[in-house]
Structures are given as C-alpha cells and as structure tokens.
Write a protein that binds this ligand. Structure first.
Ligand code: ADP
Length: 489
C-alpha cells in the first residue's frame, strides 16, 4: 500500500468511528442522525476511493460518485436540523435529495458503458460542484444569520463551530474534485473530511453545559469498531475479489453485522439515557418537595414543643401523638431529600472501616435471632468514595436483610478486591426472591412491604452509579439474597 492509500484507510477509520460515536451518543440534538449518516457516507466515499486504488473494478468509481452525491443534501440536512429548521424547510430538503439523486445516476451507468465512465471522470465533478457550491453557500448563510441572532450562548457556539466545520470540510473535501477538473491543488480531501467531521461532531454531540456529552469509552469503542469493520471489509475484498457475487455477499454481510452491532449499541444507549433522565427528574422532584415541606414541618414541631410545655390535662396525649407523627413526617422528608441529592464528595476511604462501622451500628438494631458477621478482605485498601453515602447504602442493605429474616439468620458484610473494583456484599440467609421481584428491586417506589416506600434499593443504585459503579443482586427463593455494590477502586 502506498502513502495515499494508508491516508485513505486511516481517514476512513476515523470517519466510521465518528459515525459510530454519533449513533452511540446520548445527545438529544435533532442533527445527531443526519450527522451520523453523513459520517457513514463520508466513510463510504473514502473506502470506495481506497478500494478503487487497491482493486481495479469500475464498480468503485460508481460507488464513489453515488456516495459523493449523497454527501451534498446530507450536509445541508445536518445544518438545518442543527438550527431547528429541518421541518420548516422540508420541501427544500426533499428537492435537494432528489436533485442529488439524479446526479448519482451516472455512477451506475458508468459501470455499463466506457463512454459514461469517461464522462463521469471529466464532466461529472463540474455538475456536482455546480450543485454543491450553492448548497454549501446556503448552509453558510443560514449559520451566519443564526450567529447574528443566537438563541443562547450555547446556540452561538454551536453555529460558530458548525461554520468552522463546514468551511474546513466543505472546502478541503472538494480538492479531489478540483483536481479532477484540472485545477492543481494538493490532495487533502480525506483529511478535510475528517477535520470537518470532527468539528461538526464536537459542535453537535458535545451536549450543552451541565449535561452529559459523549463518554470517552464511546470514542474508544467506536474507534475499535471502525478499525475492525475496515479490516473486515478489506479482508472480504482481498479474499473474495475473484468472484463478484461472493464479494457482494461478503460486503453485505459485513455491513449487516456493523449495522446490527450499532443498532444494539444505540438501543442500549437510548434506554440508559432515558432511565438517567427519569432518575434525574425524580431526584429534582424529591429534593424540591423535601425542601418545600421542611419549613412548615419545622413550624409544626416548634408549635408542638410550645404546647408540650403547657398544662393541657387530658389533651396532652394528643400533643404527644402530634409530636410522634411530626417526627415520622420528618424522617420521610429526609428520605426524599436524600434521594434527591446523591452527589458524592469523594475522598480516599477504607472500605473495611465503613463496613465495620455499619455492622457495629446495626448490631444495636438487629432483631432477635439475627447475627451480623464480617468477612473482610485485608487487601481491600482504599477507594475514592463518599463515606456517608456508601455507609447509608450499606445501612439500607442491612436493614432490608433484617426485614427479610423474620425467623432469624445471619447477615454477612463482605469486602473483596476484584480487578479494578472494590466489591462490598451484604448477604443474608432470608427467604430470597423470585426472578420477577429481583428484576424490579432497584426500581424507584418498588416495594412488597406494607409500610415500605421502595426508596432503599433505588437509593443504593444511585449511590453506586454516582460513583461510576453498579449495584447488583443475586438471589433465589429459599436461598437468601446477596446485594453487591461495585465501586471503581
Ligand atoms: P422497601 O424496603 O421500602 O420495600 P427497598 O427498595 O429497600 O424498599 O426494597 C424493595 C423491595 O426489595 C422490598 O420490598 C423487598 O421485596 C425486596 N428486598 C429488598 N431486600 C431484600 C432482601 N434482603 N431479601 C428479600 N427481599 C428483599
């Protein structure tokens, strides 16, 4: 492979990786899908150019033409969606897709006829430029107009970055076409596409301030996936190039695998995003409600205290009742408040010490016939965590174990170091749970207890997630339950 082929291969990997990042991204930006499709299209263009260089067949040039044509309307689609104009300018978009589709037609024709192939090589770029330059210009005009009257600071930043991305990608990527029509410019098309795409991805997938953007892990997976996909495509072409039918089948197979893997990933990401959003809304709601109830509750407690200092005769027992109920409400409000605020203040703590202090405190509250045991890994060491939150989570787990073991048993608090994680387990010898119950225990408000609120395990999970870890349960009916808190060490 010569230098230019290597450059094309590397740029193709980068573009496919950006497409995968786009599809995996939790961003709610309406431009996410057209942007990801545009990146996939640019990947296809680079791949077709690379394949054209490596394996001689007129099919590649045809594919390059069709995909290059698709890049035009997709680019404007991204700009319109990013500016929230895609719906209003739908007519224009449809017309543009149709016009560029017509422009793609000579591609397949060039496979059949030598004359058409020559025409595509010499004339087609001119037609493309004639359609592409006004499209690009219109996108630039729209972005400049938005820059003059941005809806917010984020909006202005997005428009500025998109403008930069368009200028970079839109002009550098065209260098190939200028060369085709005889203008002597350096060969920078693939680099231009990657640079423009990277700026576009940063502009649209970054997520506004305070919201989660693309996770670093997503980028790593996407790059790895793109390298694997490109290797698979090239492998298929090298192995099967003797037979066009086999080659087409192999390429289709690889495309299907990539599409399926990406779909699986994007469904998982969407579900996770929706769950996190639900949790965030619930958290804000709980914190607000707790905050609103605190003042009237304090006034009520104060009034009861004043009444308790008076000579009330028989009415005194009602005052005691009022005090007890006010105290109950205070405990409930505190629970809501805690659910709303799971914001760990992390510092290095010894997990064994936390387990020991929880066991000591809970030993005082254990029901008759229940024992607390400790099984601590002496090498557990330090973990970056919020001591209070982790202790509260463990307390919840121990209390649940107490509730479950109505006829006695043992609760064991165990610590283990497992690779990069510290795992704290609270295991009981109670009745355990069936699969249906176990599958719901971490949901908000799920409870099987008459007076339960269903907050405890939801809180435990929040604490785990807020630390970048996870909470899990292993259980079977009649075999007790083992709840684990895995924290990155
Ligand atoms: P609550 O304790 O208010 O019910 P939790 O979220 O702490 O809320 O627990 C939810 C449900 O999970 C409980 O109602 C119970 O059915 C089940 N559960 C929790 N811990 C255990 C356990 N150790 N053994 C059996 N079931 C449990």
């Amino acid at each position: 492979m010569d230098g230019r082929s290597v450059l094309l291969g590397v740029c193709a990997i980068a573009l496919l990786a950006l497409a995968l990042v786009g599809l995996r991204s939790p961003s709610r930006n309406p431009a996410r899908l057209p942007l990801s499709l545009l990146f996939a299209d640019l990947f296809g263009i680079n791949f077709a150019v690379l394949a054209k260089r490596l394996f001689e067949s007129p099919g590649w040039a045809a594919l390059e033409v069709a995909l290059t044509a698709a890049a035009g309307p997709l680019t404007l689609h991204v700009v319109l969606a990013a500016l929230g104009l895609a719906r209003r300018r739908r007519g224009l978009l449809v017309a543009l897709y149709a016009a560029f589709a017509l422009l793609a037609l000579p591609g397949p024709a060039s496979v059949a006829s030598r004359e058409a192939a020559t025409w595509v090589e010499t004339r087609w770029p001119l037609f493309f430029l004639a359609l592409w330059l006004p499209t690009l210009g219109y996108g630039v005009v729209l972005l400049v107009a938005r820059l003059r009257r941005p809806a917010s600071a984020d909006d202005a930043m997005r428009a500025r970055l998109l403008l930069g991305g368009l200028a970079l990608g839109g002009t550098l990527a065209m260098m190939d076409l200028w060369r085709d029509v005889g203008v002597p410019v350096p060969y920078l098309s693939p680099v231009g596409m990657v640079a423009g795409a990277a700026v576009g991805a940063y502009a649209l997938l970054r997520g506004p301030r305070g919201e989660r953007g693309v996770a670093a892990a997503s980028v790593v997976y996407a790059v790895a996936g793109a390298v694997a996909a490109l290797a698979a495509y090239l492998g298929v072409f090298v192995l099967l190039r003797g037979s066009f039918a086999l080659l087409a089948f192999g390429a289709l197979f690889v495309t299907l695998v990539v599409a399926l893997a990406t779909r699986e990933l994007s469904v998982a990401v969407t579900e996770r995003r929706e769950r996190l959003e639900r949790l965030a809304v619930l958290g804000r709601f709980s914190a607000q409600m707790a905050h609103d109830l605190k003042n009237p509750l304090a006034a009520l407690a104060g009034a009861v205290q004043v009444l308790e200092g008076m000579e009330l005769g028989e009415a005194a027992e009602f005052v005691t009742l009022a005090r007890e109920q006010a105290e109950r409400v205070r405990v409930i409000v505190e629970r809501y408040d805690r659910i709303g605020r799971v914001e760990p203040v992390k510092m290095p703590v010894r997990i064994n010490e936390i387990a020991q202090s929880v066991a000591r405190a809970q030993a005082l509250a254990r029901p008759a016939g229940v024992e607390i045991a400790l099984d601590l890994d002496p090498n557990a060491g330090l973990v970056d965590a919020d001591r209070d939150l982790v202790a509260s989570a463990l307390e919840n787990l121990v209390k649940n174990a107490f509730d479950a073991m109505t006829s006695g048993g043992t609760v064991t608090l165990r610590t283990d170091r497992e690779g990069g994680h510290l795992v704290v387990t609270v295991a009981d010898t109670g009745p355990g749970m069936d699969d249906a119950t176990a599958g719901q225990v971490f949901e908000d408000f799920f409870t099987t207890k008459k007076t339960g609120g269903g907050f405890g395990l939801a809180f435990v999970r929040r604490v785990a997630v807020a630390h970048g870890g996870e909470a899990t349960v292993e259980t079977q009916v009649g075999e007790g339950a083992r709840f684990s808190l895995r924290l990155p060490a």
